[in-house]
Design a protein around this ligand. Sequence first.
Ligand SMILES: Cc1cc2nc3c(=O)[nH]c(=O)nc-3n(C[C@H](O)[C@H](O)[C@H](O)COP(=O)(O)OP(=O)(O)OC[C@H]3O[C@@H](n4cnc5c(N)ncnc54)[C@H](O)[C@@H]3O)c2cc1C
Length: 339
Amino acid sequence: MNPRPIEIVGGGLAGLSLGLALRRAEVPTTIFEAGKYPRHRVCGEFITGLAAPTIQRLGLAPFLADALQHREIAWFMREKRVRIQSLPSPALGLSRYVLDARLAEAFCAAGGILQGQTRIAEAAAPAGRVFAMGRRRGRPTWLGLKIHAIDLPLARELELHLGDQAYVGLSRIEGGQVNVCGLFRRRELGAKGAGLLVGYLQAAGLGELASRLNQAAFDPASFCAVAALGFDRQVFCSDRVQLGDACAMIPPFTGNGMAMAFQSAQIAVDPLIAYAQGAAEWPETMRKINREIRARFRVRLASASALHPYFLQPKRQQWLSLLNRARLLPLRPLYAALH
Ligand SMILES: Cc1cc2nc3c(=O)[nH]c(=O)nc-3n(C[C@H](O)[C@H](O)[C@H](O)COP(=O)(O)OP(=O)(O)OC[C@H]3O[C@@H](n4cnc5c(N)ncnc54)[C@H](O)[C@@H]3O)c2cc1C
């Protein structure tokens, strides 16, 4: 019997890594992607919690081999450096511009069909179709902004700054550049590009960081923005397979969304191969994947959602600050719960 084909809607990290693993098992695979490559994406561009079994099962090592390894995070609360956190395992620094394009190229080289600039309606979910179309739209409250800075000195290779209804990550990536990416409560500010990001920093009480950025040069083509981020949407569904952000979006402060996209692809790959080879039917395949996704991510998502307001709201940030000063902030257990 010829293997049954798999269709993937969305060529981000979940879709591309899954597609590549399926092609390596000779499953006929098509990815429908609304955009094209390479492209910049709103993302902090540091990956935490991506463990060896996921890298191995998806064959990701060649694509991550030159990623920078960040071992410490410098935390800033309202301009003040409050903590240097050592990470249990290094966070990987690599731009989405490079990573997504590498995966797309490898998928095509492995015989996958990549239909770029093709948007698929979400309604139909026939057998063999997997949804990996990224973040769901939420309320218009939150805005994500990002840009690559060219000559920006850092306290550590990874900095995280908490402001008023905002937080911002600075992560060193390839070519000596620094990815500056923030989550902000939406305001009416009349600027564009780097100027808009600087305006948001000032409005969030992060004036010193804004001044540092004012002295840096930028790659203007790397600027991008995304509105209406739906952190509160978790869709553990049973009537279709949804991977990565399409299933649930973990708050960005964790730096774990990309790892979750890969992990969800890892969960799906063997059941999809069994389906393609005729060893399982579609309803049972969906059940298996969805059960495993729920089991793996439910507690992590709940923990991240509960903590998220403490990174955004000034009153709750004071609690974090107090615990930190008293050396009572349980960073290791928190890291373990969020990864
Ligand atoms: C402000 C912010 C900062 C972040 N920082 C980090 C970080 O530092 N570290 C980290 O690990 N994660 C971070 N994340 C999260 C991370 O970016 C996502 O978790 C990750 O990109 C999810 O991958 P994905 O494959 O599920 O979706 P995506 O990478 O979003 O890919 C989905 C793809 O589907 C395509 N698509 C959508 N709809 C359709 C359709 N109907 N038809 C065809 N194609 C479609 C899109 O064009 C897109 O290419 C951050 C997110 C935000 C918002």
